[in-house]
Write a protein that binds this ligand. Structure first.
Ligand SMILES: NC(=O)c1ccc[n+]([C@@H]2O[C@H](COP(=O)([O-])OP(=O)(O)OC[C@H]3O[C@@H](n4cnc5c(N)ncnc54)[C@H](O)[C@@H]3O)[C@@H](O)[C@H]2O)c1
Length: 321
Protein backbone atom coordinates (compact mmCIF):
# COMPACT_ATOMS: atom_id res chain seq x y z
CA UNK A 1 0.00 0.00 0.00
CA UNK A 2 1.35 3.47 -0.94
CA UNK A 3 0.48 5.86 1.90
CA UNK A 4 0.01 9.47 0.80
CA UNK A 5 -0.15 12.75 2.68
CA UNK A 6 -1.27 16.08 1.20
CA UNK A 7 0.02 19.56 2.03
CA UNK A 8 -2.50 22.06 0.66
CA UNK A 9 -6.05 20.75 0.27
CA UNK A 10 -7.58 23.24 -2.20
CA UNK A 11 -8.80 22.89 -5.78
CA UNK A 12 -6.00 20.98 -7.49
CA UNK A 13 -5.40 18.76 -4.43
CA UNK A 14 -8.98 17.52 -4.72
CA UNK A 15 -8.41 16.59 -8.35
CA UNK A 16 -5.32 14.56 -7.44
CA UNK A 17 -7.21 12.92 -4.56
CA UNK A 18 -10.05 11.86 -6.84
CA UNK A 19 -7.48 10.35 -9.25
CA UNK A 20 -5.56 8.59 -6.48
CA UNK A 21 -8.81 7.11 -5.15
CA UNK A 22 -9.10 5.24 -8.48
CA UNK A 23 -5.60 3.73 -8.34
CA UNK A 24 -5.07 0.34 -6.67
CA UNK A 25 -3.05 0.02 -3.47
CA UNK A 26 -3.04 3.74 -2.72
CA UNK A 27 -4.31 5.19 0.53
CA UNK A 28 -4.63 8.88 1.34
CA UNK A 29 -3.86 8.86 5.05
CA UNK A 30 -3.25 12.53 5.94
CA UNK A 31 -4.35 16.01 4.89
CA UNK A 32 -2.61 19.24 5.93
CA UNK A 33 -3.89 22.73 5.26
CA UNK A 34 -3.28 26.00 7.11
CA UNK A 35 -7.06 26.29 6.88
CA UNK A 36 -7.92 23.19 8.93
CA UNK A 37 -11.49 23.18 7.61
CA UNK A 38 -10.16 22.35 4.14
CA UNK A 39 -8.06 19.48 5.50
CA UNK A 40 -11.04 18.19 7.49
CA UNK A 41 -13.27 18.37 4.43
CA UNK A 42 -10.92 16.37 2.19
CA UNK A 43 -10.27 13.90 5.04
CA UNK A 44 -14.04 13.41 5.29
CA UNK A 45 -14.25 12.82 1.53
CA UNK A 46 -11.20 10.58 1.06
CA UNK A 47 -10.40 9.21 4.53
CA UNK A 48 -7.34 9.89 6.71
CA UNK A 49 -6.52 12.43 9.41
CA UNK A 50 -6.54 16.25 9.17
CA UNK A 51 -3.66 18.51 10.28
CA UNK A 52 -3.01 22.24 10.28
CA UNK A 53 0.78 21.76 10.57
CA UNK A 54 2.82 19.72 8.09
CA UNK A 55 5.40 19.05 10.83
CA UNK A 56 2.75 17.37 12.96
CA UNK A 57 1.73 15.32 9.94
CA UNK A 58 5.32 14.30 9.20
CA UNK A 59 6.00 13.42 12.84
CA UNK A 60 2.85 11.37 13.40
CA UNK A 61 2.27 9.62 10.06
CA UNK A 62 4.19 6.90 8.30
CA UNK A 63 4.09 8.29 4.75
CA UNK A 64 5.50 6.94 1.51
CA UNK A 65 4.76 10.06 -0.55
CA UNK A 66 3.57 13.63 -0.14
CA UNK A 67 1.63 15.76 -2.63
CA UNK A 68 2.39 19.46 -2.28
CA UNK A 69 -0.52 21.54 -3.59
CA UNK A 70 0.13 24.92 -1.97
CA UNK A 71 0.22 28.31 -3.74
CA UNK A 72 3.57 29.47 -5.20
CA UNK A 73 4.53 31.59 -2.17
CA UNK A 74 4.11 28.63 0.23
CA UNK A 75 7.04 26.32 -0.56
CA UNK A 76 10.39 25.37 0.98
CA UNK A 77 9.09 22.92 3.60
CA UNK A 78 9.58 20.18 0.96
CA UNK A 79 13.16 19.89 2.26
CA UNK A 80 11.81 18.48 5.54
CA UNK A 81 9.60 16.02 3.63
CA UNK A 82 12.49 14.77 1.53
CA UNK A 83 14.87 14.52 4.52
CA UNK A 84 12.53 11.87 5.90
CA UNK A 85 13.00 9.83 2.72
CA UNK A 86 9.43 10.58 1.60
CA UNK A 87 8.75 10.73 -2.17
CA UNK A 88 7.57 14.08 -3.48
CA UNK A 89 4.99 15.37 -5.96
CA UNK A 90 4.92 19.18 -6.26
CA UNK A 91 2.31 21.12 -8.22
CA UNK A 92 3.49 23.78 -10.65
CA UNK A 93 5.09 26.25 -10.22
CA UNK A 94 7.44 24.33 -7.91
CA UNK A 95 8.17 27.58 -6.01
CA UNK A 96 8.03 31.34 -6.51
CA UNK A 97 11.74 31.99 -5.90
CA UNK A 98 14.53 30.02 -7.54
CA UNK A 99 16.63 29.80 -4.34
CA UNK A 100 13.78 27.94 -2.62
CA UNK A 101 13.56 25.45 -5.50
CA UNK A 102 17.36 24.96 -5.51
CA UNK A 103 17.32 23.95 -1.82
CA UNK A 104 14.53 21.44 -2.48
CA UNK A 105 16.39 20.03 -5.49
CA UNK A 106 19.57 19.68 -3.42
CA UNK A 107 17.64 17.68 -0.82
CA UNK A 108 16.02 15.50 -3.53
CA UNK A 109 19.45 14.71 -4.99
CA UNK A 110 20.90 14.00 -1.55
CA UNK A 111 18.12 11.68 -0.37
CA UNK A 112 17.35 10.17 -3.79
CA UNK A 113 13.55 10.29 -3.49
CA UNK A 114 11.14 9.85 -6.41
CA UNK A 115 10.00 13.30 -7.53
CA UNK A 116 7.53 14.80 -9.97
CA UNK A 117 6.39 18.32 -10.90
CA UNK A 118 2.78 18.98 -11.95
CA UNK A 119 3.19 19.83 -15.65
CA UNK A 120 0.47 17.43 -16.76
CA UNK A 121 0.47 18.48 -20.44
CA UNK A 122 3.61 16.36 -20.86
CA UNK A 123 1.39 13.28 -20.35
CA UNK A 124 -0.84 13.85 -23.41
CA UNK A 125 -0.15 11.50 -26.34
CA UNK A 126 -0.32 14.52 -28.67
CA UNK A 127 2.48 16.20 -26.69
CA UNK A 128 4.65 13.10 -27.08
CA UNK A 129 3.92 12.94 -30.83
CA UNK A 130 4.69 16.65 -31.26
CA UNK A 131 7.92 16.26 -29.30
CA UNK A 132 9.06 13.27 -31.34
CA UNK A 133 8.22 14.92 -34.67
CA UNK A 134 9.91 18.17 -33.65
CA UNK A 135 13.05 16.20 -32.79
CA UNK A 136 13.01 14.51 -36.22
CA UNK A 137 13.25 17.79 -38.15
CA UNK A 138 14.93 21.20 -37.84
CA UNK A 139 12.93 23.70 -35.82
CA UNK A 140 12.97 27.28 -37.07
CA UNK A 141 10.27 29.00 -35.02
CA UNK A 142 7.92 28.33 -32.11
CA UNK A 143 4.80 30.29 -31.20
CA UNK A 144 3.03 29.63 -27.88
CA UNK A 145 -0.20 31.08 -26.54
CA UNK A 146 -2.04 30.94 -23.23
CA UNK A 147 -5.29 32.82 -23.73
CA UNK A 148 -7.65 32.53 -20.80
CA UNK A 149 -10.86 33.94 -19.41
CA UNK A 150 -9.64 33.17 -15.92
CA UNK A 151 -11.67 35.08 -13.41
CA UNK A 152 -11.14 34.96 -9.68
CA UNK A 153 -12.81 36.39 -6.57
CA UNK A 154 -11.32 39.61 -5.13
CA UNK A 155 -8.21 39.06 -2.95
CA UNK A 156 -7.51 35.61 -4.42
CA UNK A 157 -3.78 34.84 -4.05
CA UNK A 158 -3.34 34.46 -7.83
CA UNK A 159 -4.14 38.16 -8.36
CA UNK A 160 -1.36 39.23 -5.99
CA UNK A 161 2.03 39.05 -7.71
CA UNK A 162 3.80 38.76 -4.33
CA UNK A 163 1.91 35.51 -3.71
CA UNK A 164 1.58 34.00 -7.19
CA UNK A 165 4.78 35.25 -8.82
CA UNK A 166 2.67 36.89 -11.53
CA UNK A 167 1.09 35.78 -14.77
CA UNK A 168 4.14 34.02 -16.27
CA UNK A 169 5.28 32.19 -13.12
CA UNK A 170 1.81 30.99 -12.11
CA UNK A 171 -0.14 30.50 -15.30
CA UNK A 172 1.75 30.74 -18.59
CA UNK A 173 4.34 28.45 -17.02
CA UNK A 174 2.45 25.55 -18.68
CA UNK A 175 3.30 26.90 -22.16
CA UNK A 176 6.91 27.60 -21.17
CA UNK A 177 7.20 24.02 -19.97
CA UNK A 178 5.58 22.66 -23.13
CA UNK A 179 7.96 24.69 -25.30
CA UNK A 180 10.95 23.47 -23.26
CA UNK A 181 9.74 19.87 -23.49
CA UNK A 182 9.16 20.00 -27.26
CA UNK A 183 11.91 22.35 -28.46
CA UNK A 184 14.66 22.17 -25.80
CA UNK A 185 16.38 24.54 -23.41
CA UNK A 186 15.97 28.30 -23.72
CA UNK A 187 19.15 30.34 -24.13
CA UNK A 188 18.02 34.01 -24.00
CA UNK A 189 14.75 35.72 -23.21
CA UNK A 190 13.12 39.14 -23.47
CA UNK A 191 9.61 40.19 -22.38
CA UNK A 192 7.06 42.98 -22.39
CA UNK A 193 4.34 42.72 -19.76
CA UNK A 194 1.52 45.01 -18.71
CA UNK A 195 -1.82 45.19 -17.04
CA UNK A 196 -3.88 47.37 -19.31
CA UNK A 197 -7.18 45.51 -19.29
CA UNK A 198 -7.40 44.67 -15.55
CA UNK A 199 -5.94 47.95 -14.28
CA UNK A 200 -9.24 49.06 -12.74
CA UNK A 201 -9.79 45.80 -10.84
CA UNK A 202 -8.89 46.29 -7.14
CA UNK A 203 -6.20 43.99 -5.74
CA UNK A 204 -4.75 42.92 -9.10
CA UNK A 205 -0.98 43.33 -8.98
CA UNK A 206 -0.09 40.51 -11.38
CA UNK A 207 0.20 41.33 -15.07
CA UNK A 208 -2.54 40.58 -17.55
CA UNK A 209 -0.83 40.92 -20.95
CA UNK A 210 2.49 39.25 -21.77
CA UNK A 211 4.64 38.83 -24.87
CA UNK A 212 7.91 36.96 -24.39
CA UNK A 213 10.60 36.52 -27.05
CA UNK A 214 13.19 33.78 -26.75
CA UNK A 215 16.00 32.01 -28.51
CA UNK A 216 16.51 28.31 -27.80
CA UNK A 217 19.91 26.66 -27.46
CA UNK A 218 19.25 24.79 -30.73
CA UNK A 219 18.91 28.23 -32.48
CA UNK A 220 15.12 28.13 -32.92
CA UNK A 221 13.45 31.46 -32.15
CA UNK A 222 10.21 31.65 -30.20
CA UNK A 223 7.48 33.83 -28.84
CA UNK A 224 4.97 33.14 -26.08
CA UNK A 225 1.96 35.45 -25.74
CA UNK A 226 -0.53 35.30 -22.89
CA UNK A 227 -3.53 37.14 -21.59
CA UNK A 228 -5.95 36.38 -18.78
CA UNK A 229 -8.75 38.80 -19.39
CA UNK A 230 -9.80 37.41 -22.74
CA UNK A 231 -13.44 37.27 -23.71
CA UNK A 232 -15.20 34.11 -22.59
CA UNK A 233 -15.32 32.38 -25.95
CA UNK A 234 -11.69 33.19 -26.81
CA UNK A 235 -9.73 30.72 -24.70
CA UNK A 236 -6.99 28.26 -25.64
CA UNK A 237 -3.53 26.85 -25.04
CA UNK A 238 -1.64 26.60 -28.29
CA UNK A 239 1.84 25.76 -29.52
CA UNK A 240 2.92 26.04 -33.16
CA UNK A 241 6.24 24.57 -34.21
CA UNK A 242 7.55 25.46 -37.68
CA UNK A 243 10.06 22.90 -38.92
CA UNK A 244 11.87 22.20 -42.19
CA UNK A 245 9.49 19.32 -42.98
CA UNK A 246 6.13 20.24 -41.41
CA UNK A 247 4.22 22.64 -39.22
CA UNK A 248 2.97 21.20 -35.91
CA UNK A 249 -0.08 22.93 -34.46
CA UNK A 250 -1.16 21.90 -30.98
CA UNK A 251 -4.37 23.33 -29.60
CA UNK A 252 -5.58 21.88 -26.33
CA UNK A 253 -5.92 18.15 -26.93
CA UNK A 254 -5.65 18.38 -30.72
CA UNK A 255 -2.54 18.16 -32.86
CA UNK A 256 -2.47 18.98 -36.56
CA UNK A 257 0.50 18.21 -38.76
CA UNK A 258 0.64 20.33 -41.92
CA UNK A 259 2.81 18.96 -44.71
CA UNK A 260 2.96 20.01 -48.35
CA UNK A 261 -0.48 19.19 -49.66
CA UNK A 262 -2.11 17.46 -46.70
CA UNK A 263 -3.00 17.71 -43.00
CA UNK A 264 -2.91 14.90 -40.42
CA UNK A 265 -5.05 15.30 -37.31
CA UNK A 266 -4.64 13.63 -33.91
CA UNK A 267 -6.75 13.95 -30.76
CA UNK A 268 -5.46 12.98 -27.31
CA UNK A 269 -7.61 10.41 -25.52
CA UNK A 270 -5.85 10.28 -22.18
CA UNK A 271 -6.66 12.39 -19.11
CA UNK A 272 -3.26 14.03 -18.48
CA UNK A 273 -3.92 14.65 -14.76
CA UNK A 274 -4.75 10.98 -14.22
CA UNK A 275 -1.73 9.85 -16.25
CA UNK A 276 0.53 12.13 -14.22
CA UNK A 277 -0.76 10.63 -10.94
CA UNK A 278 -0.63 7.08 -12.29
CA UNK A 279 2.99 7.62 -13.38
CA UNK A 280 3.99 9.03 -9.99
CA UNK A 281 2.46 6.11 -8.09
CA UNK A 282 4.01 3.62 -10.49
CA UNK A 283 7.40 5.31 -9.97
CA UNK A 284 7.00 5.11 -6.18
CA UNK A 285 5.99 1.43 -6.36
CA UNK A 286 8.90 0.54 -8.69
CA UNK A 287 11.41 2.81 -6.94
CA UNK A 288 12.30 4.17 -10.39
CA UNK A 289 11.99 7.62 -12.01
CA UNK A 290 11.39 5.99 -15.42
CA UNK A 291 7.58 6.67 -15.60
CA UNK A 292 7.98 10.37 -14.67
CA UNK A 293 7.88 12.84 -17.57
CA UNK A 294 8.50 15.97 -15.51
CA UNK A 295 11.00 15.80 -12.66
CA UNK A 296 11.31 18.43 -9.94
CA UNK A 297 14.44 19.68 -11.74
CA UNK A 298 12.45 20.09 -14.97
CA UNK A 299 9.89 22.12 -13.02
CA UNK A 300 12.69 24.23 -11.55
CA UNK A 301 14.11 24.97 -15.02
CA UNK A 302 10.68 26.08 -16.21
CA UNK A 303 10.39 28.31 -13.13
CA UNK A 304 13.81 29.79 -13.96
CA UNK A 305 12.62 30.64 -17.51
CA UNK A 306 9.49 32.43 -16.28
CA UNK A 307 11.46 34.34 -13.65
CA UNK A 308 14.01 35.30 -16.34
CA UNK A 309 11.16 36.73 -18.42
CA UNK A 310 10.01 38.81 -15.43
CA UNK A 311 13.57 40.09 -14.92
CA UNK A 312 13.89 40.87 -18.65
CA UNK A 313 10.77 42.99 -18.45
CA UNK A 314 11.59 44.86 -15.24
CA UNK A 315 15.23 45.47 -16.20
CA UNK A 316 14.49 46.06 -19.90
CA UNK A 317 17.25 43.74 -21.06
CA UNK A 318 17.81 40.37 -22.69
CA UNK A 319 18.40 37.74 -19.98
CA UNK A 320 20.67 34.74 -20.57
CA UNK A 321 19.56 31.57 -18.83
N1 LIG B 1 -1.49 21.69 -12.99
C1 LIG B 1 -2.57 22.41 -13.06
O1 LIG B 1 -3.27 22.42 -14.06
C2 LIG B 1 -2.98 23.24 -11.87
C3 LIG B 1 -4.32 23.64 -11.76
C4 LIG B 1 -4.66 24.39 -10.64
C5 LIG B 1 -3.70 24.75 -9.71
N2 LIG B 1 -2.40 24.36 -9.88
C6 LIG B 1 -1.36 24.77 -8.94
O2 LIG B 1 -1.58 24.15 -7.67
C7 LIG B 1 -1.24 25.05 -6.62
C8 LIG B 1 -2.47 25.22 -5.73
O3 LIG B 1 -3.52 25.77 -6.51
P1 LIG B 1 -5.06 25.60 -6.10
O4 LIG B 1 -5.84 26.06 -7.29
O5 LIG B 1 -5.30 24.27 -5.55
O6 LIG B 1 -5.15 26.71 -4.97
P2 LIG B 1 -6.20 26.77 -3.77
O7 LIG B 1 -6.14 28.16 -3.27
O8 LIG B 1 -7.51 26.21 -4.20
O9 LIG B 1 -5.58 25.76 -2.70
C9 LIG B 1 -4.36 26.01 -2.04
C10 LIG B 1 -4.50 25.48 -0.62
O10 LIG B 1 -3.23 25.56 0.04
C11 LIG B 1 -3.47 25.99 1.37
N3 LIG B 1 -2.22 26.54 1.89
C12 LIG B 1 -1.67 27.76 1.68
N4 LIG B 1 -0.48 27.86 2.32
C13 LIG B 1 -0.27 26.67 2.93
C14 LIG B 1 0.77 26.14 3.72
N5 LIG B 1 1.88 26.86 4.00
N6 LIG B 1 0.65 24.88 4.20
C15 LIG B 1 -0.45 24.15 3.93
N7 LIG B 1 -1.49 24.59 3.18
C16 LIG B 1 -1.38 25.83 2.67
C17 LIG B 1 -4.61 26.98 1.26
O11 LIG B 1 -5.28 27.17 2.50
C18 LIG B 1 -5.49 26.31 0.22
O12 LIG B 1 -6.44 25.43 0.79
C19 LIG B 1 -0.78 26.35 -7.31
O13 LIG B 1 0.61 26.38 -7.38
C20 LIG B 1 -1.37 26.26 -8.70
O14 LIG B 1 -0.61 26.92 -9.68
C21 LIG B 1 -2.04 23.58 -10.92
Amino acid sequence: MVKIGFIGCGGIARLHMSNLAKIENVEIVAHTDVDIRKAEETARLYGGRAYSSYRDMLNREDLDAVYVCTPPFAHGFEVEVVEKGIHLFVEKPVAMKIDVAKEVLKAIQRYGVINSAGYMLRYLETTERMRRMASESTIGMVLGFYIDNFWLPPNHWVLDKDKSGGQLVEHTTHVFDLARYVVGEIDTIYAELDNILLRDVPGVTMENEAVVLMRFKNRAIGMIAAIWASKDTHKFVRLEVYTKDYVLEYIGRDLKVYRDGYIEEYRAKLDPYFEEDRAFIEAVKKGSMEPIKCTYEDGMKTLAATIAANVAYTEKRIVKL
